[in-house]
Design a binder for this molecule. Structure first.
Ligand SMILES: Cc1cc2nc3c(=O)[nH]c(=O)nc-3n(C[C@H](O)[C@H](O)[C@H](O)COP(=O)(O)OP(=O)(O)OC[C@H]3O[C@@H](n4cnc5c(N)ncnc54)[C@H](O)[C@@H]3O)c2cc1C
Length: 364
């Protein structure tokens, strides 16, 4: 989120300092999975419209970033297969299909929620998993989180407007100064707080009645498997199987609100890998090349947390992307910069920092 905001600020010619307590792009965004998943097309809302528009726009955003930097983001609108193990799920999927026809369109682009009798790729998705068929969504995609981050960093390093400070995080704010871990002070006109799950405690120091959000641990793995990179992502009950460039397939993710060791993996990941091998014959013997865990930022009202702090208008939030950050961060960064410039923000009201503060107050 912060990298996108800095890239967009640079393009606007704004003098910017990007401060990271660690190395750039090494937080939750340094994961393996990179699924770009749409919300279901039913019960349409401003939130679903925002995410749809963001997923469509990402294609051009990535093309521009790649042409500016020469760094591939490993992006592809590859679609998604969702096995339907029970007949009633096929009925629901057919309703989603009609919803998609009226909702998943923009200009001359139309995306679909097809309902198929059986898997179109039996070696990739085991036919016995979807007894009642398979839903095939053509909006979903994937990107390589690490390459994506590297492209954003490369874009920043090409320009001259963004000064980068690494391994020296913001500890607190004192008026219009940020106090860094080494005691130095950085004066600012506006500050965008975009430090993942650690944004919540930092924003709480500005006055919040209770916790504004929490970290949710996720575990994932990377397998070596030379599969066709045009294959769709598979999604089944929280399990993602994502084909990436370079002969790898990512598997994710656990969702753990309670944990002792945030950055290590355990038997919960083993179980996930075993499930992936069951549903995808191509992965049966694929060796695991990496296991990785990270902390997702989940805001109190679950939605992203964006915009000016009502009591400290020179400080803005850009956090809380939880499980969908990669598909929306570019659009949220635009919105944060609009707010900073005093323009209205084109985001659903539930995303506003002000809304999250209200929810936090009501929960006391
Ligand atoms: C296992 C797993 C799988 C996931 N899969 C997907 C997926 O398929 N698709 C998807 O869209 N999302 C996915 N997510 C969620 C996604 O990774 C996160 O929502 C996203 O990375 C959050 O981005 P961020 O910029 O808010 O935070 P981060 O990427 O965590 O970045 C925060 C940055 O702030 C820095 N920082 C922290 N504290 C300070 C401070 N005090 N001062 C300065 N800097 C600081 C950190 O060093 C870090 O660089 C997954 C997450 C996990 C854990």
């Amino acid at each position: 989120m912060g990298l996108w905001a800095a890239v967009k600020a640079q393009r606007l010619g704004m003098r910017t300092i990007l401060i990271d307590s660690g190395g750039l792009g090494q937080g939750a965004s340094y994961g393996l999975v990179g699924a770009l998943m749409a919300h279901l097309p039913d019960k349409w809302s401003d939130k679903k419209q925002f995410q749809f528009d963001a997923l469509v726009a990402l294609e051009d955003e990535v093309a521009r970033l790649e042409s500016e930097t020469g760094v591939s983001c490993g992006y592809r609108r590859c679609g998604r297969l969702i096995p339907l193990p029970k007949p009633h799920l096929a009925d629901i999927a057919r309703r989603h299909s009609l919803d998609a026809e009226t909702r998943w369109l923009t200009g001359d682009r139309q995306f679909h929620w097809h309902v198929l009798d059986k898997t179109p790729h039996p070696e990739w998705l085991n036919a016995s998993i979807g007894e009642a068929g398979v839903a095939h969504d053509t909006l979903a995609g994937r990107a390589s989180p690490r390459r994506f981050g590297a492209a954003l960093v490369a874009a920043l390093k090409q320009g001259h407007h963004v000064r980068i400070i690494e391994n020296n995080g913001v500890v607190r704010f004192d008026g219009r100064e940020a106090i860094l871990a080494d005691g130095s002070r950085i004066a600012f006109g506006h500050a965008i707080v975009a430090n993942g799950y650690e944004a919540f405690p930092l924003l709480e120091t500005l006055g919040a009645p209770r916790l504004l959000g929490m970290p949710v641990k996720g575990q994932s793995a990377l397998l070596k498997a030379h599969v066709d990179t045009s294959l769709p992502v598979i999604f089944l009950k929280g399990l993602y199987v994502v084909p990436h460039e370079g002969g790898t397939v990512a598997i994710g993710s656990t969702s753990e609100e309670e944990f002792d060791e945030p950055f290590s993996t355990d038997d919960k990941l083993d179980a996930l890998i075993a499930r992936a091998r069951e549903i995808s014959p191509m992965l049966a013997d694929a060796p695991v090349v990496e296991r990785w865990a990270g902390l997702r930022p989940k805001a109190i009202d679950r939605d992203p947390m964006i915009g000016r702090h009502p009591d400290h208008p020179h400080i803005l939030a850009l956090a809380g992307g939880f499980k969908v950050s990669f598909g929306v961060a570019h659009k949220l960064a635009d919105a944060a910069l609009d707010a900073l410039a005093g323009r209205p923000m084109a985001v659903p009201p539930s995303f506003l920092l002000e809304n999250h503060l209200t929810v936090a107050r009501a929960a006391v």
